[in-house]
Design a protein around this ligand. Structure first.
Ligand code: DX5
Ligand code: ZN
Length: 215
């Protein structure tokens, strides 16, 4: 599945951009939430998520790059997030945060930064619906894919399969027509792409190309 990241969209035309992503065949909409503290950039918050929610049927995949995250989980759930992902480094008790997301009736994800080991998620897999591997350091779109993360994706695919549960394995950062096939081959099943979709002249062709097919 393909989840375009709204971070690379034209912020003066957000509603049109969301509709364009859906028309292009996107499966989920990836929403990058940055606080200028956990990452060196600021994006947008729950008010924007809420405003966009009625525009599309695409599930909202909210990637929290904020610390602490716990005080805002309910706000993002109420704003319309279907899935909420957070980083283990964002708070003292990852297990509790995941329990909170589940209690809010939303799917829960854990995000591993390039330097964060696979072991960080090993003991919470029973609580997650998605594991996200960052192939760039979080904070900005348009960065280069870190090859070192391919081995992590493959390791996680094995861990996830061993659970027997339907946990998605997502990759975010530097996903392009060149790197997407390598992510899929390593075992990923959801690809986040900002620049490669919203920066493309033909977004339907971009989404189809990332998926491995043709427009
Ligand atoms: C980075 C974000 C990514 C980013 C991806 O912190 O989590 O979702 O928008 O952008 P591209 O696809 O341009 O690397
Ligand atoms: Zn993201």
């Amino acid at each position: 599945m393909i989840a375009p990241s709204l971070l690379a969209a034209d912020f003066t035309r957000l509603s049109e951009e969301v509709r364009a992503a859906e028309a292009a065949g996107a499966d989920w909409l990836h929403l990058d939430i940055m606080d200028g503290h956990f990452v060196p950039n600021i994006s947008f918050g729950p008010a924007i998520v809420r405003a966009l929610r009625p525009l599309t049927r695409m599930p909202f995949d909210v990637h929290l790059m904020i610390a602490p995250a716990d005080p805002y989980l309910a706000a993002f759930a109420e704003a319309g997030a279907d899935l909420i992902s957070l980083h283990p480094e964002a708070g003292p008790h990852l297990h509790r945060s995941l329990q909170t997301i589940r209690a809010l009736g939303r799917k829960a994800g854990v995000v591993l930064n390039p330097a964060t080991p696979v072991e960080s998620v090993a003991h919470v897999l029973d609580l997650v619906d998605l594991v996200l591997v960052m192939a760039v350091n979080p904070g900005f779109g348009g960065q280069s894919f870190l090859e070192s993360q391919l081995a992590k994706i493959a390791t996680l695919r094995g861990l996830i399969d061993a659970t027997g549960r339907p946990i998605h394995l997502q990759v975010d950062g530097g996903v392009t027509l060149a790197t997407a096939p390598r992510c899929l081959a390593a075992g990923a099943d959801v690809l986040v792409a900002g620049t490669a979709v919203f920066g493309a002249p033909d977004r339907a062709a971009a989404v189809a190309g990332l998926r491995g097919g043709r427009a």
